[in-house]
Ligand binder design. Sequence first.
Ligand code: PRX
Length: 635
Amino acid sequence: MSNYHIKHLEEYFQVYRKSVRNPEAFWEEIAEEHFVWRKRWDNVLSWDFKKPEIKWFEGAKLNITENCLDRHLPTRGTKTAIIFEPNNPKEEAIHITYRQLHERVCRMANVLLDHGVKKGDRVCIYLPMIPELAVALLACARIGAIHSVVFAGFSSNALSTRINDSDCKMVITSDGSFRGTKSIDLKGIVDKALEECPGVENVLVVKRTGSEIYMEAGRDKWLQPLLDEAYADCVAEIMDAEDPLFILYTSGSTGTPKGMVHTTAGYMVYTAYTFKNVFQYTENDVYWCTADIGWITGHSYIVYGPLANGATTLMFEGVPSYPDFGRFWDVIQKHKVNQFYTAPTAIRALAKENLEYVEKHDLSSLKVLGSVGEPINEEAWHWYNNNIGKKNSPIVDTWWQTETGGIMITPIPYVTPTAPTYATLPFIGIQPALMDENAKELKGNQVEGRLCIKFPWPAIARTIWGNHDRYRDTYFSAYENMYFTGDGALRDAVGYYRITGRVDDVIIVSGHNLGTAPIEDSINEHPAVAESAIVGFPHDVKGNALYGFVILKETGESRDRENLRKEINQQITEHIGPIAKLDKIQFVSGLPKTRSGKIMRRILRKIASNDTSNLGDTSTLLNPEIVQEIMDNAL
Ligand code: PRX
């Protein structure tokens, strides 16, 4: 059916029109023709952005793993589902066929069942990028357990917060992980986290590094012997369309991380359909997304989207700089990768290295290049286009979010003409709106405002785990009857969208979403610190880096500043993870505040960005004199 695979620009416009004129009929047709259901839905869509409540394919019964695995067995049983490329290039890559993946998922699902995990229970997965990670997600989905993957770069503190927020009863982890020349003690991090998590009954441990680890009797078990003994088939739990599939945490501008809840049927339909079109995947292609499965990109476009299409998806355990800066290009050559999906921060880092790393590799297999996670600047876009795509592989700059579940604004390669720094046009079924400061929609082209979405799409997150009010307040209260993204965007003369960045206190560093509040809380816990404020400033590799303004307590005044900086960053590493470390820390005697006591971050942002020509009106500040002092001592 042509609607499932769009091949021409005219077809895009035609299908797009159809999808917004009658969304129910459109998505019903996609769902009907391309997925297997145990029972058909009673109703395609019901929604109310005020409550908010969104239901897709209500009444339908299915299991997503039957769509990702079982249904492929007759035709793709011997096809490679996952290629595993280990950290060390000398270790052999592993090809896992659909049949083998099915068996591995069933075995792990049976182990979970044997340990008392039931439908609806939450399982925390804290694993490196090894095949067991993908298997663990699918094993949970097989039995209807809700997975909550925590990125294995997060600290024990961040891990325990997430485990407790969603009451996980089990953790699946490994003895350690390999990252370039480093080996990281993951199990040690889990042990520390679990001191704060009384609800966790079982810890299943994958052996990866072989390092000596502590195993708590009665709680911790090696996974492999259990898998070896488990039965190789497992009947899939029949799920309702709107049963939760997973929780994934994302940072908010304030407070604790938000456990975004994605449900089964809509998420499956949307991630599969976007994957097929945004990467123009055809049957024998090898697709590689370099994200970690700990983020939404990995959930949707390493695991569920590709597998639902019977694709071959590559999982890479390592880092782009090991054994040298040619590793990505080496992997593309070795596995003849056709679609390559990565982040601007990686492109910028690799563009700084000698071009020989690229040139000595054969990249002629590439057909599509993707970018995600942050705006891609013009220079990086051209470097990617010229040197990796050789001007022959369209770049899809895909804008989306943890909350949206799947890609929202993007070119379709070989269909939509691309333009540097533009995510271009809304994907099928997506109805964006730009809003002005008075909450009025900006119609027509050549406008810039806050990006909202007017109509539900199948993969929108349905709630925040345990806090529906926060879900409503964060996404549905700023503009009536709209989902508010938190991003700014412009629409140019031809209707192309460019995402201009966050308009709230979320800062995107190397493509990672970081909220200012948890970082500030962590700094403020240092005994020498009285108060702090974090802002982002432009960084040529990371996109943004963090600048901290810190007020010391009297007791801290006599301390060595360099040591304090180290201690503050150490503290952040322990509380959140190394990704949240500050690049610059300036000690100040006060922070610019409004009369109601709110920190004026706008001013701090300008100072941090060395852009102080137009600070705006500072006369309304409680303490305008502080601005000059901070400017004089800026780093
Ligand atoms: O600000 C946007 C930015 O990343 C945010 C979402 O982050 P997260 O939930 O971690 O998901 C990242 C992967 C989907 C967005 O609100 N962002 C993501 N993609 C782009 C982007 N900004 C500009 N261009 C993009 N292509």
